[in-house]
Design a protein around this ligand. Structure first.
Ligand code: SF4
Length: 387
């Protein structure tokens, strides 16, 4: 058993290593907590460490030989412990273990398909929609996803927001009162220390007490031990105007006792939790997996919000699901899920076109008597005569 002031990790046998989990909640006081996590082997960052957990495939090995400037490797040992080490096609593994396929770029793909750079009004502030902005508060995460749409920025070396950058952003927000919502994103904002996060939230609230804040984090799925009592008490003190937590669970096996506890802590503190799933080939591109994921999210008090079509980001083509297949999945899900469990299947259009829903159409049109004609989710016809 390894121990540290911050966390305790069980790692005594080979099986123990495979099931390595954080057993105590973190006390995230130090500004260098993230570095300490690495030193305590709570994350793996290189091939040698990864091979303690998994027997790499040829495609995975080749990425290490020729990774170029692709997103670096970083996986929490907690998340590694959720994988079947003997299954090279494990859906959790596909999300975080790099493959040489990432080096394939097509002409249609770019490094910034949503045109965030051209919509950046300040360093770290994207103003693409009239009434909301995205604040890229950090470029680090507890685990890097191979499908990351923001990989031009993620792990790019600009670390956490500086005081100067924060001042410029708060000044912008105080002038732009048309902005009603702010996405605190990155990277993963929960890689900020508690004190830094509190400072950022306090600075935002000081200039805009009316702003709805969405805190976008993958930690409940990849590093649930980050959701500590202290974190919750900080967040809860900023909920007079709504603060939402937006998670990213992509597979039902990411919902564990630890992640359920993390989510419960938010919800019990009055912080609503919504989930944005990315539709990924070989991960969740079948209706049973998506159905189970959405139902299990609802059961742990998380509202499935979006199911995203993969963006045209270079190096992620092997994880993208054809649009036609995505729409078929959406139609099947609509038959199986309640309205509460059903996410909106959406695409973020290239060149900054914004998000649009991709749901099936059930309205056929008007008949010759002027009555509306619909088809039901199972394909039958129905008429709705307007009064
Ligand atoms: S947690 Fe979010 S920002 Fe970080 S790598 Fe995954 S998708 Fe990208």
């Amino acid at each position: 058993m390894c121990t540290s002031p911050l966390l305790s990790i069980q790692c005594s046998s080979k099986k123990g290593i495979l099931q390595k989990i954080c057993t105590r909640r973190l006390d995230v006081e130090s500004d260098i907590w993230y570095i300490i996590l690495m030193e305590q082997h709570a994350v793996v960052t290189n091939k040698t460490e990864l091979e303690h957990y998994l027997k790499l495939t040829e495609n995975e090995k080749r990425w290490f030989d020729d990774k170029g400037d692709s997103l670096p490797l970083l996986i929490s040992t907690y998340y590694l412990g959720l994988m079947d080490p003997h299954d090279p096609a494990d859906p959790l593994r596909r999300q975080v273990v790099p493959s040489v396929e990432e080096l394939n770029y097509t002409e249609m793909e770019t490094r910034d398909p949503l045109a965030e750079e051209s919509h950046s009004v300040l360093p770290r502030l994207v103003h693409r929609y009239a009434n909301r902005v995205a604040f890229l508060v950090t470029d680090t995460c507890a685990t890097y996803c191979r499908h990351c749409f923001r990989r031009r920025f993620t792990a790019g070396g600009c670390s956490h927001v500086s005081e100067q950058e924060l001042s410029a952003i708060t000044a912008y927000l105080s002038e732009h009162i048309e902005v009603k919502e702010l996405l605190l994103t990155g990277g993963d904002p929960l890689t900020l220390t508690d004190s830094k996060l509190e400072h950022v939230l306090g600075s935002l609230r000081a200039v805009r007490s009316d702003l709805v804040i969405r805190l976008c984090t993958r930690m409940p799925a990849t590093f649930p031990a980050r959701v500590t009592d202290r974190l919750i008490s900080i967040l809860a003190s900023y909920t007079k105007v709504a603060l939402y937590v937006m998670t990213q669970f992509n597979h039902y096996r990411e919902i564990t006792e630890e992640s359920r506890t993390a989510v419960s802590r938010f919800v019990d503190a009055g912080i609503p939790v919504m989930n944005q799933t990315v539709l990924l080939r070989g991960v969740n591109d079948d209706v049973q997996t998506l159905e189970t994921l959405m139902n299990n999210l609802v059961a742990i008090r998380v509202k499935p919000y979006y199911l995203f079509q993969g963006d045209l980001v270079g190096g992620t083509g092997h994880l993208r699901v054809p649009l036609e297949q995505g729409m078929q999945l959406e139609a099947l899900l609509r038959q199986r899920l309640s309205g509460l469990a059903m996410p909106v299947y959406a695409i973020d259009l290239p060149e900054g076109g914004g998000k649009v829903p991709l749901g099936s159409t059930y309205l056929i049109g008007k008949d010759c008597d002027g009555h509306w004609q619909f088809r039901t989710a199972s394909g039958e016809k129905r008429t709705y005569p307007d009064p």
